[in-house]
Design a protein around this ligand. Structure first.
Ligand code: ZN
Length: 249
């Protein structure tokens, strides 16, 4: 079975709702506000990833981050309406995110995106493990996401621990080897410097470890972007991609 044989539809319901039907449901919802919920026409118009370029998908989430930082988010007003519009029958996210597990990084809130819009994978240190790569490959090859943001954050405990290499209980130290390249390649041991380097390295690892990801990037159908989130301000900063990890268009 190839990846393309895996349906994004809900295996429990067996529902075969098409993208067109889902968009139609969204449009109907937008046209007739239900239960006083303010469903915006833009929600229907932006319902499908295939309607967006990678740059448009990234602009949507950064516009959302600006609303979040400004204290004017809107996504939470749409969540219940999206559930009622048969969200359980399929998913059509536009952007994948690899973030740290830190409780101060609520990804959907940070980008002011409602249910179904982001395909989020999380692990301490936002490292690209085989399981994370496999999950993102599903988002890319099956669900059609247009961009992946690999997002570190300020005050990251996993990064600080990898720098300091203390005695830790259980299997926590299993995280360190994946972060150590960023420690070694950084110009200083400042945790924020290492965090930025780590986001870049994990993004490069995602591209270089996966023919699925690299092929889409080369074709100009996907962007992989390192980023950092400031837990003090709520602001996301997308990082420049070094020449060595630039592939494709
Ligand atoms: Zn962290």
């Amino acid at each position: 079975m190839s990846l393309s044989d895996i349906s994004p539809e809900n295996p429990e319901t067996g529902c075969r709702t098409s993208r067109r039907e889902m968009i139609g449901a969204m449009a109907a919802l937008a046209a007739a506000p239900a239960l006083g919920l303010a469903a915006e026409p833009a929600m229907a118009a932006a319902a499908s990833p295939e309607m967006l370029t990678p740059d448009q998908a990234l602009k949507e989430i950064m516009d959302g981050n600006a609303r979040f930082v400004a204290g004017a988010p809107t996504a939470h007003t749409k969540d219940l309406a999206i559930i009622k519009a048969r969200a359980a029958e399929g998913q059509w996210p536009i952007v994948g995110v690899l973030s740290c597990a830190d409780s101060r990084v609520p990804v959907e809130m940070v980008f002011d995106e409602p249910i179904g819009r982001l395909f989020v994978t999380r692990v301490a240190g936002n490292i690209t493990t085989p399981e994370i790569i496999a999950s993102l490959e599903y988002g890319i090859a099956v669900l059609g996401i247009k961009a992946v943001v690999v997002m570190g954050h300020s005050n990251c405990g996993a990064v600080k621990a990898a720098i300091e290499n203390p005695e830790v209980p259980g299997q926590i130290s299993a995280l360190f080897p994946a972060i150590l390249p960023a420690v070694y390649m950084s110009s200083s041991s400042d945790p924020m410097v290492v965090t930025r380097q780590n986001a870049v390295i994990q993004a490069a690892t995602l591209i270089n470890s996966s023919p699925v990801v690299e092929g889409k990037v080369r074709a100009g159908e996907l962007k992989v972007v390192p980023a950092v989130y400031d837990v003090a301000t709520g602001k996301v900063e997308m990082l420049p991609i070094p020449p060595a990890m630039r592939v494709g268009k």
